[in-house]
Design a protein around this ligand. Structure first.
Ligand SMILES: NC(=O)c1ccc[n+]([C@@H]2O[C@H](COP(=O)([O-])OP(=O)(O)OC[C@H]3O[C@@H](n4cnc5c(N)ncnc54)[C@H](OP(=O)(O)O)[C@@H]3O)[C@@H](O)[C@H]2O)c1
Length: 194
């Protein structure tokens, strides 16, 4: 059984990924979000919904109890969020973190200059990379609703290839990472359509 805590569970990519997780028989989900009444429970036997803000460390640590993997699908004050997540994971003894960021945080997109709108993404990645967690940071291109699962990865230090990536490709990759404790550990991956 893999127990996965989804932070920011009402986000677009998180909502796309939840059914991908539930296609796996041996997965249990805890969906953590603000204003929880927005989300219907898709499978009460295997899914628990917890209302909370990621910046509420007490509540976050309570939700982390007994989990195997944290999948963070957040926006906004991401550097502060990353700090709280890392501290809470260390306090609760969790190691595996999948954290959704954005392409461009290292100025790695050919032809595009770094933009300050990416500061929260860059700064949150730096917090996670400085931790001792088994993290995988994903730096996706622009999301599309293309049904196809077809993606390529680039490592940190490599130029980003492509521009877009389907939500389904990202969901497929997130499930693989969540179920593979050793896959792409301590890596920051660009993800784009192949
Ligand atoms: N769209 C694209 O093409 C694209 C491309 C590359 C990267 N990205 C990035 O990838 C990430 C995921 O994308 P997405 O479309 O799923 O984003 P999204 O729909 O904006 O979801 C982000 C979620 O984070 C939650 N959140 C923010 N602060 C929180 C807090 N303090 N505590 C708990 N939850 C909090 C929000 O909750 P509330 O609903 O309560 O506000 C929201 O549901 C985003 O950072 C996005 O910018 C997007």
């Amino acid at each position: 059984m893999t127990r996965i805590l989804v932070l920011g569970a009402n986000g677009q990519l998180a909502r796309n990924t939840i059914p991908f997780f539930l296609r796996q028989d041996d997965v249990q989900l805890t969906l953590y979000l603000r204003r929880a009444q927005r989300l219907a429970n898709p499978d009460p036997a295997r899914v628990r919904i917890v209302e909370g803000d990621v910046l509420d460390r007490t509540k976050l640590e309570a939700a982390m109890q007994g989990q195997d993997v944290v999948y963070a699908n957040l926006a906004g004050a991401m550097a502060q969020q990353a700090r709280v997540i890392v501290d809470a994971m260390q306090a609760t003894g969790l190691k595996r973190l999948i954290f959704i960021s954005s392409m461009g945080i290292y100025g790695e997109v050919p032809g595009e200059t770094y933009r300050s709108v990416l500061d929260p993404y860059r700064d949150s990645a730096a917090v996670i990379e400085a931790s001792d967690l088994d993290y995988t940071i994903l730096r996706p291109g622009w999301f599309t609703h293309d049904q196809a699962i077809r993606y390529q990865l680039t490592q940190k230090g490599e130029a980003f290839r492509g521009h877009d990536v389907s939500l389904n490709s990202l969901s497929d990759l997130i499930v693989k990472l969540a179920r593979s404790p050793q896959l792409e550990v301590r890596r920051s991956l660009g993800v784009s359509e192949a």
